[in-house]
Design a protein around this ligand. Structure first.
Ligand SMILES: Cc1cc2nc3c(=O)[nH]c(=O)nc-3n(C[C@H](O)[C@H](O)[C@H](O)COP(=O)(O)O)c2cc1C
Length: 187
C-alpha cells in the first residue's frame, strides 16, 4: 500500500505543507510507503473553458492525475482562505477532473483531509467544503477522521513534529485511519 500526501498551499514556509510532511513521516515510521508532493511543482493556469478548448488540459494536470493514480490513499492538507478552500487546490482538482482517462482517480482510492491555520478554527470551514467537493463533486471516499490544527504558527517543533502530544497523537490517528481504510478499500 502506498500513500500520497500533498498540501493546498505552494508557499515555501507553508504550515499545511509541514503538516502534510509530518503525515508522510508518520506513515513511513509505521512501515508504510509514503510520498509528499508539492503543488508548487504542478502549477497550472486558472481553469478557463476557452483555454481548455484551444489547448486542451495542461500537461501538469495530466502529470498530477497520473501521480494520484500511483497511490492507493491520498491525504490533502489544506489552508482556509476566506472561509473556503484555496483557489490553488480547487483549481488543481478542477483541472484533474477534466483529464479524460479510463481510470477515475477520485472514485478508485481513499482520501483523508486535514488542515492548519494560524487562527482558532484550524481551517475547519475549509475542511467542510473540501469534504463536500471530494465526496459530492468527485464521488470520492473520504474518511471521517480529520485534523484541524489551530494556532499553526506556534504548533510545530523544529523537527516538524507537533509540540502538543495530544495533537501529535490525534494526527497520527488520522494517518492510521487512512492506512486502515485504504487497505480495506484495496482488498
Ligand atoms: C486570501 C486569504 C484569506 C485567508 N482567510 C482565512 C480564513 O478564512 N481563515 C483562516 O483561518 N485563515 C485565513 N487566512 C490565513 C491563512 O490561514 C494563512 O495565511 C495560512 O498560513 C495559509 O496556509 P499555509 O501556511 O499552509 O500557506 C487567509 C489568508 C489569505 C492569503
Amino acid at each position: 500500500m502506498r500513500l500520497l500526501f500533498f498540501a493546498g498551499s505552494a508557499r515555501k514556509g507553508s504550515h499545511n505543507k509541514k503538516l502534510a510532511r509530518l503525515g508522510q513521516h508518520i506513515a513511513e515510521a509505521n512501515g508504510i510507503e509514503a510520498v509528499f508532493v508539492d503543488l508548487a511543482d504542478f502549477y497550472m493556469p486558472i481553469y478557463h473553458g476557452d483555454l481548455e478548448e484551444a489547448e486542451g488540459v495542461p500537461e501538469r494536470a495530466r502529470a498530477f492525475k497520473a501521480l494520484l493514480d500511483e497511490y492507493d490513499g491520498v491525504m490533502i492538507v489544506t489552508p482556509e482562505y476566506n472561509a473556503s478552500v484555496p483557489a490553488l487546490l480547487k483549481n488543481t482538482l478542477d483541472w484533474v477532473s477534466r483529464v479524460k482517462a479510463e481510470e477515475d482517480v477520485f472514485k478508485t482510492r481513499v482520501f483523508a483531509i486535514s488542515g492548519a491555520s494560524p487562527g482558532y478554527y484550524g481551517a475547519m470551514r475549509s475542511l467542510l467544503q473540501l469534504r463536500e467537493i471530494l465526496s459530492v463533486g468527485l464521488g470520492a471516499t473520504v474518511i471521517p477522521q480529520q485534523m484541524a490544527l489551530p494556532r499553526a504558527m506556534q504548533a510545530f517543533e523544529e523537527d516538524g513534529s507537533l509540540k502538543d502530544d495530544n495533537q501529535q497523537k490525534m494526527f497520527a490517528d488520522v494517518v492510521e485511519a487512512l492506512a486502515v481504510a485504504t487497505r480495506k478499500f484495496a482488498a
